[in-house]
Design a protein around this ligand. Sequence first.
Ligand SMILES: [Zn+2]
Ligand SMILES: [Zn+2]
Length: 85
Amino acid sequence: MLPLDPQADIGRRAWVTCPNCADHRGCATCEQRRRCSRHWRYLLTNTGSLLHLQCPSCRHVWDHETGFGATRTRWTRRNSGLRPQ
Ligand SMILES: [Zn+2]
Ligand SMILES: [Zn+2]
């Protein structure tokens, strides 16, 4: 398991499902697409609409394209899978 990134800050969280452990599965709060108190990711950095995330459950690190950047096309925005809050 990877160590927790030194940039991980509990004050900066993102509600994105983890592609590695998918720990949100079976969680009623997540299924309602609400901000779950248990299933969130550390937001390490972000560049425009690209989020660099780490999962606190399995320590998986990945990039998530939110599609909300100004340079993105409508097509990617609609298909990004990010849930606006
Ligand atoms: Zn995970
Ligand atoms: Zn949850």
